[in-house]
Design a protein around this ligand. Structure first.
Ligand code: BGC
Length: 757
């Protein structure tokens, strides 16, 4: 029997897709557009098991996987998510490839956000490296591990701009800035997906569009975004991800300007496909199509399916009972055309062919362990964590600590020894025995006897339990002991008897991330009270903050000499923190967001427009400064740097032309160190008001003591234009730009560039 053309690898992807599409029933087409949560084991249901007799919470775990497996065999499922092992991935793939009518392989998706078995720093920390190179390498290692475990596709990177740190998901992104955000988006797509090789994952940048603007920072709340912000702030990371070739995009949950993103034709077709040129497939967020009816936008599930598909959404992610099951009927009764259905199926199949799944559907079970335990990945996890750490304050050279003359060290705070919390959220395939905690690492370097540890003030549990805790058996459930006076007393006594107290404060990993919006930026529980008491002992204090959002550390900034933002650093957390505290590396991480003084200032960004009272910019609250605690781009070093000889290629260029801005950066200190060189511009006048400054370029460089490097940045029309809401188009004004290069967003803008007709 001749081989069907779609099975012939000699034919082009388009030819194979066309052939396969012509063979599919309407039900099979809808099946390719359906992605199920899968939480089973893949083992057949034991014979004789009386499902009816099981309690409902157990029954669902037996019934649902069995239903999904039946759907796979019937060709009614195109993709599954949450499969963690190559064995399970292969077992399920076999149902699709060998038992379904046409043998179309499944795509296995998962949230591979910052690592698989090896946990890398959380994405906001990766952004704080300001190193596209490191970020690409990290996500490439994450892809290698997840692919070895049988995963094909990651629901990442999350590239939502986040300007309100009450929103927990800011930890998954790159912060407040569109230029940094775009660079990090592209680097992650290159890392995850690259050339579609067999150690890569499809990249699924998310969530399109505007999820980070959720009202009040409350997860899933609706967002109202002006056209100017939409194009100039929220869209650039997606443009960059699409240009980097992302094969998938995930739509957002919330309403944007009154329409759910999953059913917005303007977003999914008008902007994503027509304006950005995206040619991959769009997946919904979990249950977001069904939710169109739940949130009283669609009349029922059929209406939800028709409107989502009609808007340009290709695949429905859901736990059970997909709304897309109604699509065959909808085609039959004319509510949607078969062409629309075919377009979506074509996009999904194209990606399956491009990924090589028809030739190579199975994971290599024998090779998986070696990839997961890769020593190179563990080294990279440490390097990335070191590069991400931000030295926020270092009065009187309090840091680095001298390992040879350090005396007795007190380490205080449960996060200092937390094998799970130090990894951060969105890690599901880790092994907590591989986490190196801060206590572990300091003891390894300084000796067991030199380092004493007290948990001290505990971290209160969340008000509402996180559903993610259920998925993760390694979550540390400490008793609710944050109110324990004796524990705090012990920590204070230990600190008083020590030469230095390293106090680790912050939030648990389940107090940040999805479903973890916060109404306050205060340190949870009694951490501040304990810090004040430790400070009052007179022992030198070094504060280490473990968090994925800025916390209110005003008191510490006034009183504690050294403050280190460690983020959730991942598997090698402790070693990275110790390397910075002890000066083995000079910190060079920079804040990817403005660090507010107080929750009441939110949202607070550096790239705000100028008002008619420019000198009062910092005095617009009567009871609080408008200034941040630390500016965007801030981060200190153990070395010192000088910027000189700033030049702009030509003082005037015509609209549409480009020039180059350059500066000499000299390491004037006595040790090798990295520096993040940042270019800011301000457009003085034009056809719209523009921010007081905007990042337009950055480069992380490494300079030996005394070394000078000339760092150059192109300024092209792409950097100088912006979306003008009056004309609904990109414009480049005839104007003058103030230009500056420096170490953070307070750099002086003392050069200029005229743009002439
Ligand atoms: C999140 C997505 C995620 C999906 C699958 C949703 O709740 O919003 O970002 O990819 O779950 O885990």
């Amino acid at each position: 029997m001749p081989v069907a053309p779609y099975k012939n690898p000699e034919l082009s992807v388009d030819e194979r897709v066309a052939d396969l599409l012509s063979r599919l029933t309407l039900e099979e087409k809808a099946g390719q557009l359906t992605q199920y949560f899968y939480t089973g084991t893949g083992e057949p249901i034991p014979e004789g098991l009386d499902i009816e007799s099981l309690p409902p919470e157990h029954r669902i775990h037996v019934e649902l996987p069995a239903r999904i497996e039946a759907a796979v065999k019937a060709g009614r499922a195109g993709s599954l998510l949450f499969i963690r092992t190559p064995e399970l991935s292969n077992r399920l793939q076999k149902y699709a490839v060998e038992e379904s009518r046409l043998g179309i392989p499944l795509l296995f998706g998962f949230d591979v956000v910052h690592g698989w078995r090896t946990a890398f720093p959380v994405p906001i920390a990766l952004a704080a490296t300001w190193s596209e190179h490191t970020v690409e390498a990290v996500q490439s290692a994450a892809a290698r591990e997840a692919r070895a475990a049988g995963v094909h596709w990651t629901f990442a990177p999350m590239i939502d701009i986040a300007r309100d740190p009450r929103w927990g998901r800011m930890i998954e992104g790159a912060g407040e800035d569109p230029v940094l955000g775009a660079a990090m988006a592209a680097a992650q797509v290159r890392g995850f997906q690259g050339d579609f090789g067999d150690d890569k994952l499809l990249a699924g940048p998310k969530h399109f569009l505007g999820y980070g603007a959720a009202r009040g920072g409350r997860d899933y709340d609706d967002a109202e975004i002006s056209d100017s912000e939409l194009w100039n702030v929220y869209l650039p990371p997606f443009r960059a991800a699409v240009e980097a070739g992302a094969a998938n995009v995930m739509s957002a949950y919330m309403d944007l300007n009154g329409v759910p993103a999953a059913a917005s034709r303007r977003l999914l077709t008008g902007i994503l496909r027509e304006q950005l040129g995206f040619d991959g497939f769009v997946v919904s967020d979990a249950n977001a199509v069904r939710s169109l009816a739940v949130q009283h936008f669609a009349a029922d599930q059929k209406d939800a399916a028709v409107r989502a598909l009609g808007a340009g959404l290709d695949m429905e992610m859901c736990a059970f009972d997909p709304a897309f099951d109604t699509l065959p009927d909808a085609v039959a009764n004319g509510s949607i055309s078969e062409e629309a259905l075919d377009d979506a199926v074509r996009r999904v199949l194209t990606v399956k062919f491009r990924l090589g799944l028809f030739e190579n559907p199975y994971a290599d079970e024998a090779a998986s362990d070696a990839v997961l335990a890769s020593p190179e990945h563990r080294t990279l996890a440490r390097d990335a964590a070191e590069q991400a750490i931000v030295l926020l304050k270092n009065a009187g050279h309090a840091l680095p600590l001298d390992a040879n003359a350090i005396g007795r060290v007190a380490v205080v705070g449960p996060l200092a020894d937390a094998r799970r919390d130090l990894l951060g959220p969105w890690i599901f395939a880790h092994d907590t025995s591989e986490t190196v905690t801060i206590v572990d690492a300091l003891r390894a370097v300084l000796g067991e006897d030199a380092v004493s540890y007290e948990a001290g003030a505990g971290l209160p549990e969340r008000l509402h339990p996180s559903p993610f805790d259920v998925l993760d058996p390694s979550i540390e459930r400490t008793p609710d002991d944050y109110d324990d006076d004796a524990a705090i007393d012990r920590a204070v006594v230990l600190a008083a008897a020590s030469d230095v107290a390293i106090v680790v404060v912050g939030q648990r990993q389940n107090q940040i991330g999805e479903k973890a919006s916060a109404s306050t930026l205060d340190l949870p529980g009694r951490q501040l009270e304990q810090l004040r008491r430790i400070h009052a002992t007179g022992t030198k204090v070094v504060l280490v903050v473990v968090s994925g959002r800025p916390l209110d550390i005003r008191w510490a900034d006034e009183h504690v000499p050294a403050i280190v933002q460690a983020w959730y650093p991942g598997s090698r957390a402790g070693e990275a923190v110790a390397a910075v505290l002890l000066g083995e590396v000079s910190p060079a991480g920079r804040l990817p967001f403005t660090w507010p003084r107080h929750v009441g200032q939110l949202p607070l960004i550096y790239a705000h427009n100028r008002t008619f009272e420019p000198d009062d910019q910092d005095r617009r609250y009567f009871d609080e400064s408008n200034a941040p605690l630390y500016p965007f781009g801030h981060g200190l070093s153990y070395s010192t740097f000088e910027y000189s000889n700033l030049t702009v290629g030509s003082p005037a260029i015509a609209v549409g032309d480009s020039t180059t801005v350059a500066v000499d950066v000299t390491n004037t200190g006595s040790r090798e160190a990295d520096e993040v060189v940042q270019l800011y511009v301000h457009q003085r006048y034009g056809t719209a008001s523009r921010p007081v400054r905007e990042l337009k370029g950055f480069r992380r460089v490494c300079l030996t003591a005394g070394e000078t490097q000339r760092v150059e940045f192109p300024l092209t029309p792409a950097e100088l234009r912006y979306w003008n809401s009056e004309t609904a188009s990109y414009v480049q004004d005839v104007t003058t730009f103030d230009i500056g290069i420096g170490a953070d967003s307070t750099a002086t803008l003392d050069a200029s560039l005229s743009v002439i007709r």
